[in-house]
Design a binder for this molecule. Sequence first.
Ligand code: HAM
Length: 404
Amino acid sequence: MGETFQAPRGFHDILGSDLKKFRKITSTVRDLLRRYNFEEIITPVVEFAKVFERSIGEATDIVGKEMFVFPDRKGRLLALRPEGTAGVVRAYIQNKLYALRPYHKLFYEGPMFRYERPQTGRYRQFHQIGAEVFGIADPHADAELLKLVSDILSELNIEAVLEINSLGCKVCRPAYREALLEFLQGVAPNLCKDCIDRKERNPLRVLDCKVQTCQEAVREAPKMVDFLCDDCRKHYEKLKEYLKALEVPFRENYNLVRGLDYYTRTVFEAVSPKLGSAIIAGGRYDYLVEEFGGPPTPALGFAVGVERLMLLVEEPQRDYELFFVIPFGEVHAYALKVADTLRKKGKVVEFSYRRGGLKKQLEFADKIRADYAVIIGEDELKEGVVTLKDMRTGEQKKVKPEEI
Ligand code: HAM
């Protein structure tokens, strides 16, 4: 026996029933994106590592310890993309999309890579479908995007709570940061080692820490919403008003900060009570395009975690009938033509490659869940017909192939 191989830890094959769920999710989300008139973009899986460092932030877990980084032959650092937003922003600027139209609505689908500790719903290669809107500051864009998230959940019949928060802007965040830092100094003895380190570099990150003692320590922390400047407050209030008008249920979570640094104002997560984690997440990033060398362009978006949704959706029913063609005797040329006729009519046909008696063949037809067996022997050949057997009722009759 030769050497055997396993996929690396956190990397998975997707097949069978899982793949059906995968396709059901991507086609449902794509169909909704089409109805909201989003246009697709495909960006590379690899970018310069800087693209992610500058956008997601050096002090985040994603950049600090989860990126797959490697040098190219000239020693330049490349990274497998850990998320889609940074690459789409890079592409938006590089292709000067801002010069074409005042705003753009783009979506993407594909694999993302994060060197995380694998567990259920958390993998090192996973798939996202993401949507990004460029050029609109008004909260009606935020509301529409959240309505799209809620449409995705209801079309897929998934229960989740939509949590929202506002993280303010350049005007109001600094004062909040100060207040939060002061609060965190006071509760420092109760914080985990990471958070003691984090609080100086990026105090908001502490609000997001999953360690229980940290979560308890920040329960009474000052809230960003109490520090919002007039513009940010109005933006947030309008968003909530629009969500109510659209009948999108939501819950405010004052500690929601997200694991990436580019966000401003609106942030949100659809959290599954069953998984206890976010399944769709996103928010606004009004400064990122400018920080990447583009013109000032407000922007916002979200990403769907396909593998997380796979844990929550049901396997779709087959939406076609399967015909199983069984030749007996020297009838293969005719039987192959029958299969061809059926396929030309749009039917899904499996041709039996096996030999064996009728009983065995019909057992196999059951095994592959065929709806009809198309039995062809020498009599059928002579008469130019087939014997069509309904596998559910057992009923059978002779018919002309073109009449099926
Ligand atoms: P994120 O919260 O890092 O945001 O990821 C979005 C979703 O991807 C998560 O809610 C989760 O469902 C899924 N996900 C993340 N990490 C993993 C993993 N290791 N295994 C399986 N699924 C995972 C972003 O990526 C932002 N780019 C979203 C965004 C778009 N914000 C604005 N525009």
